[in-house]
Write a protein that binds this ligand. Structure first.
Ligand code: OOG
Ligand code: NI
Length: 464
């Protein structure tokens, strides 16, 4: 195949995220309602802030602002995970980060498949938070074996999808026609199935072991369980959800509201109970039941923190939660948000403060004046900033947060999810095992951000 006919992985990713969005809006009408609310709120924010509007319109307009930034799936086997890695690679998405959720009582560990270069992220940042079920954390050995058998018998990828992954690997990419077919075939893996893979009795036993096990094992494939557009005012969307007839989770996850946003804030509406047909007792006919898994989420991203900044964030978050643990029913949501705001006071809330204390990553670039006066060899960065020749802008956080992810999982695992319904496991992070199953190491997010910052400084200091 000639190089010119290869479709860029970024373009395939955009076809894919658009197709996923269309599919999910049709499958889950409440999600369509959430997207419309997010569009209204984003429009209102931009109307009130013309400078921000101009900046964002230059970056692609309202449609681009609101479009989905991530989704999530849960897989059952190592083979599924490693094939999924190859599928996402066709779209320029690589595994970044390791998240251990066992610590929070959820029997999975996870990574995020996402674009990694600045250019690819600016074309389309769509990511998929991908979890692998950890049957090794299930105490009941007989149930574990049954679950393993059900998972071993399913194939979640279409034959056409597998063939196109191989073709992309062999040829270094796909031509336009194959790219379109690939997206259509790949979409099948993420589709909802209203007929379960297992009899109701087995579903119930899996569900009793952990709701998440039932969600992964009982279906033909790893249905996309949520999509997440970007909002410019997450507090407003959280407040307005009930007016639109959708029930928000108790609290917004992540840092408090700030002038200079850090990391990631997220909230969602609670997962819906949906009708599902199960095989009945003798496996001959069908009987009806329900399953609760699918929801909608929104996100607002801030600056990526250095290990020092992240340690401060983790400590302050822990302190806030020690002060007020957010109740699943939302009864102390206001107290929790107030505690969060107060405890985070020591975290500097100006870009320069964050920069001076080495808490966040920045990208440095020459100003107008800086372009007219290239630096003399040996000039240091602070001097250039001080004399207005170099400016700095926050690097956006592109990853996830384990405590927030746990909060999202917990509030979406079923009607009774909450503190009482928490099913605990012994925490046992196992990145080595995850990487062996994945068939590749995960990238370290800090390395990626540090490299963006380093390269930008080097470019500023390079005397012409
Ligand atoms: C994934 C939950 C994590 C997020 O935004 O933190 C996540 C899941 O429920 O499968 O998507
Ligand atoms: Ni999410």
């Amino acid at each position: 195949m000639s190089v010119q006919t290869i479709t860029s992985p970024d373009a395939i990713r955009t076809l894919f995220s658009t197709a996923m969005s269309e599919m999910y809006r049709t499958e889950v009408p409440a999600y369509q309602t959430l997207v419309e609310l997010v569009e209204d709120v984003n429009r209102a924010v931009l109307a009130a802030d013309p400078a921000e509007r101009h900046r964002l319109e230059a970056a692609g307009g309202l449609a681009r602002i609101t479009e989905e930034r991530h989704g999530a799936i849960r897989l059952g086997t190592a083979a599924e995970l490693s094939t999924m890695r190859r599928l996402f690679a066709v779209m320029g998405m690589e595994p970044v980060g390791y998240y251990d959720l066992s610590e929070a009582g959820v029997p999975v560990h996870s990574t995020a498949f996402r674009p990694v270069t600045d250019e690819a992220l600016s074309r389309n940042p769509f990511r998929v938070f991908t979890s692998l079920l950890r049957l090794d954390l299930i105490a009941d050995a007989a149930l574990r074996r049954e679950a393993e058998q059900v998972l071993a018998a399913r194939s979640i990828f279409t034959a056409g999808c597998l063939a196109l992954i191989e073709k992309a690997e062999a040829d270094g990419g796909l031509n336009e026609e194959d790219a379109g077919r690939f997206v259509a075939e790949a979409l099948e893996t993420f589709r909802w199935h209203s007929r379960a893979n297992v009899p109701l009795a087995l579903y119930n036993r899996l569900h009793d072991a952990h709701r998440l096990i039932a969600d992964v094992v009982s279906f033909k494939g790893p249905h996309i369980n949520h999509l997440t557009p970007r909002t410019l005012d997450i507090d407003a969307v959280q407040r307005l959800m009930p007016e639109k007839g959708i029930a928000p989770k108790a609290v917004v996850e992540g840092p408090p509201t700030r002038r200079c946003p850090i990391l990631l804030r997220q909230t969602s509406f609670k997962a819906l109970s949906e009708p599902v047909d199960f095989r009945d007792g003798d496996g001959e006919g069908w009987c009806s039941g329900v399953h609760t898994a699918r929801f909608g989420e929104i996100e607002q991203r801030g600056i990526a923190l250095t290990p020092k900044g992240r340690a401060l964030y983790d400590r302050l978050l822990q302190d806030s939660r020690r002060l007020v643990a957010p109740a699943a029913d939302g009864s102390n949501a206001a107290q929790y948000m107030a505690a969060l705001q107060e405890v985070f006071a020591p975290f500097p809330d100006s870009w320069d403060g964050i920069r001076r204390q080495g808490l966040g990553y920045f990208v440095y670039s020459p100003t107008e004046a800086g372009r007219r006066n290239p630096p003399a060899p040996g000039t240091d960065l602070e001097t250039l900033i001080g004399s207005g020749l170099v400016r700095f802008d926050p690097v956006v956080y592109e990853d996830f947060l384990p405590v927030s992810a746990a909060g999202i999982f917990q509030s979406n695992l079923g009607d009774h999810a909450g503190d009482e319904a928490r099913q605990d496991f012994t925490a046992s992070p196992n990145q080595q095992r995850f990487e062996a199953d994945l068939g590749a190491p995960v990238l370290n997010p800090f390395d990626l951000y540090a490299e963006v910052e380093r390269a930008s400084i080097a470019a500023c200091l390079a005397a012409k």
